[in-house]
Design a binder for this molecule. Structure first.
Ligand code: ATP
Ligand code: MG
Length: 733
């Protein structure tokens, strides 16, 4: 029937046919399954591209398949995605009428070798932004490869061919290939961009697109596929098992951040791959800022070194010129404007900047070094001493508990203050060190005096609100932070603090907005990601929380982030993956001594088939570590509530019940401890007591949502007593 005409069309090429009003001019591409024609629209006077599928499989399939592509494409509107004008039927065949992209596919361009780095980055940014929009609409491309990327003559790249795209939540991935040879041709063409999980049957989603895009980035910079191979089985083997060769080996101009980004997109284990296009895009956006910072730092160092050898004025001049041209940040302009040598006070500024940007890798060490260098030149410099004290407090808080560091900070702050009692920075250092010695009153006195000497300093805002929080006055801390943000709206540390305080007060959606702003301002601060994830989790969006944490991990593999990741995965019932995250947490230095991490790991093992021995082992480790903490405070109720729980899980039922005695000595037992007692009794098979404890926990405000999702209480929740409890609770509401 009508198919004949089209087949004829395929065989003869374009000819002088009309399709609807469109005059066919040329064939743009004819692949295994489809044909793309160049045609002219005489009414609108423009050239278009028409795409249809070969009708071999019966027109029903053809119609369904091409309509699907049309409908997905119709949802999308972005300069980086080919525009669909309309969809028309011609002799029973469906044609997509699209914007004609004058140019060539990236695959053709790559035949001539790699692209210059700048150009590659430009295309990377365009494609990422296009996919960001597609994913935001729930459309996953599913077939990202150089042949499906058009480089327009207008200098803009476009994503084409949504023939294998998938709408999130729908599982119908179509297979248009017919014969066996076609399948293998087709697969070879696309295989090189397929993620390992896709090869083993996982459906198309955000992360399979991330992987494919990573492979395209790699190829743009090296001219080679990361998994290049002679044949299909070698390619398969490389994708599944072999790490791609370093990019810098084939292109020395590739900076490490690009390489890091691409390798994290190509991670074989999707749990550790960049989680989303949002994260890819954030990394790309961060580039300018990072380059700026890196270069500024580099030249600032050169600058500082020149201080010592002032005869070499040329170096000096050169640095001024370079700085002025590289960055127009405050740093540079102030140097140029004041037209003086980088003074000690500029170095102090730099050190303080690092104290403020402490979350960045290496910042605290660099800050200390900056101040120590100044003190090596003039040992009585009070500002440098104060700065050093602050940097030492940062170190102290990051490692938690090295008392020697705190002692050094205290002495350094005191000596700064003694040397110059009118220096605001010395007052701040005094306040901070007092706070960490838990002398809150003294801390507030010094914050007040610092405020008089220098009002609204961000380090005062930060420290004072932290102090208030430690004193239990979250409300006051929050008020203070709101004011701080009015004065310093772009201070990332203050924003993160505000976000955290909002979360504490249960204002999660506001917290989320604040933390998102913090991340936009500094994508490199892993703490903001942890806080944002918490806010998402608390709003029942644990799936998103997982992705956020993964984005944070991309920036820095911090142990707290792994621990949070594990907690969320556990919550989602993904015990196996949760266990892996907890294992990684424990691998970090010092963490093997923390009972909480062992207990978390044990919990994940508890719900994995065949892992009960490992689970008990992990809980026993937790018990040993916890007991050493209990040595001097045998009757500590909170710690004993944990001990009881761990003993029960380790199979020591009697010891569990014994530990609980210390919990019951309190006049009012906090909800969380009552909840731990619930689980302890449930595990030691005292259901009546478990229900009694649960009732008290609920009355004390323990959230029902936690109880309903806790796998430890799976059986208890079937109990009639539990049904009664829930009923009671809902009546109380
Ligand atoms: P394949 O099976 O080879 O992937 P396909 O049948 O799915 O092909 P497309 O990938 O959409 O079809 O297009 C095939 C080729 O046609 C492209 O590689 C490109 O050269 C050309 N082409 C597609 N769309 C356009 C367009 N809008 N403008 C210009 N050329 C286009
Ligand atoms: Mg294609």
């Amino acid at each position: 029937m009508n198919g004949a005409l089209i087949i004829d069309f395929w065989q003869r090429g374009a000819g002088l046919e009309y399709i609807g009003k469109y005059e066919v001019q040329d064939t743009l591409g004819a692949g295994a399954h489809g044909v793309v024609l160049k045609a002219y629209d005489p009414i609108l006077d423009r050239v278009v591209a028409l795409k249809s599928l070969k009708p071999q499989r019966g027109s029903d399939d053809q119609v369904k398949t091409i309509l699907r592509e049309a409908r997905l494409l119709a949802r999308l509107s972005h300069p980086g995605i080919v525009t669909l004008f309309e969809c028309l039927e011609h002799n029973g065949m469906i044609f997509l009428v699209m914007e004609y992209v004058s140019g060539r596919p990236l695959s053709e361009r790559l035949l001539h070798g790699p692209l210059p780095v700048d150009e590659a980055i430009k295309i990377m940014t365009e494609l990422t932004s296009a996919l960001l929009v597609a994913h935001g609409q729930g459309v996953y491309h599913g077939d990202i490869k150089p042949a499906n990327i058009m480089l327009g003559e207008d200098g803009r790249s476009r994503l084409i061919d949504f023939g294998l795209a998938k709408l999130s939540g729908h599982d119908d991935i179509l297979a248009t290939a017919t014969s066996q040879t076609e399948v293998s041709d087709y697969v070879t063409g696309t295989l090189l961009y397929m993620s390992p999980e896709r090869i083993s049957g996982h459906s198309v989603d955000a992360q399979t697109d991330v992987f494919a895009l990573g492979a395209v980035f790699y190829e743009m910079l090296t001219g080679r596929s990361p998994f290049g191979a002679e044949n299909l089985s070698d390619a398969l083997h490389s994708i599944l098992n072999v790490a791609p060769p370093r990019l810098v080996n084939s292109n020395s101009e590739v900076s490490t951040w690009i390489e890091d980004l691409i390798f994290s997109m190509l991670h074989k284990d999707r749990r550790f791959r960049v989680a989303s296009m949002v994260a890819v895009s954030a990394k790309l956006e961060a580039r300018d800022q990072r380059n700026w910072r890196q270069e500024a730092r580099q030249y600032a160092n050169m600058f500082l070194r020149s201080l010592g050898r002032q005869k070499q004025t040329w170096l000096w001049l050169k640095s001024i010129i370079v700085i002025a041209s590289v960055c127009f940040g405050l740093w540079a302009t102030s140097i140029v404007r004041s037209n003086v040598a980088p003074t000690v006070s500029m170095r102090i500024e730099r050190g303080l900047e690092l104290v403020q940007g402490f979350a960045e890798k290496g910042a605290v060490e660099e800050a200390q070094k900056t101040f120590e260098d100044i003190l090596a030149e003039s040992s009585d410099h009070s500002a440098a001493r104060a700065g050093l004290a602050l940097a030492l407090i940062r170190e102290y808080t990051s490692q938690e508990t090295d008392p020697a560091t705190l002692r050094r900070a205290v002495a350094t702050a005191q000596s700064a203050y003694d040397a110059d009692p009118h220096l605001a920075l010395a007052h701040i250092a005094m306040a901070w060190t007092a706070e960490f010695q838990r002398d809150f009153e003294k801390a507030h006195q010094f914050y007040d005096s610092a405020d008089i000497l220098h009002s609204d300093h961000p380090l005062v805002f930060e420290g004072r609100s932290r102090t208030l929080k430690k004193q239990g006055d979250v409300e006051a801390a929050l008020l203070l932070m709101r004011r701080a943000i009015e004065v310093h709206p772009e201070d990332v540390v203050l924003l993160t603090t505000l976000g955290e305080l909002l979360s504490r007060r249960g204002q999660f959606s506001e917290a989320e907005a604040v933390l998102e702003k913090a991340i936009r301002l500094a994508v490199d601060n892993p703490i903001s990601y942890a806080q944002l994830a918490h806010a998402q989790h608390m709003q029942d969006r644990t799936n998103e929380a997982v992705k956020t944490i993964q984005a944070g991990l991309l920036i820095e593999g911090r142990s707290e982030l792994y621990n949070n990741l594990g907690t969320y995965l556990f919550f989602l019932g993904l015990y196996d993956q949760a266990a892996q995250a907890f294992e990684r947490t424990l691998e970090f230095e010092g963490n093997a001594h923390k009972y909480l991490y062992w207990a978390n790991l044990g919990d994940a093992y508890r719900f994995m088939p065949g892992k009960s021995a490992e689970a008990r082992f992990a809980h026993r480790r937790a018990i040993t570590l916890l007991e050493s903490e209990l040595a001097n405070r045998r009757d500590h109720p909170a710690l004993n509530s944990r001990l009881a729980l761990y003993q029960a899980k380790a199979g020591n039922h009697d010891l569990a019940v014994t530990a609980l005695q210390y919990v019951f000595t309190q006049e009012t037992i906090p909800a969380v401890q009552l909840y731990r007692a619930t689980i302890t009794y449930e595990i030691v098979e005292d259901r009546a007591k478990a229900l009694e404890m649960l009732e008290r926990a609920i009355r004390s405000g323990y959230p029902l949502s936690e109880i309903q999702g806790d796998p430890e209480l799976r059986e208890l929740r079937q109990d009639r007593g539990y049904a009664k409890l829930v009923l009671m609770e809902s009546e109380n509401d």
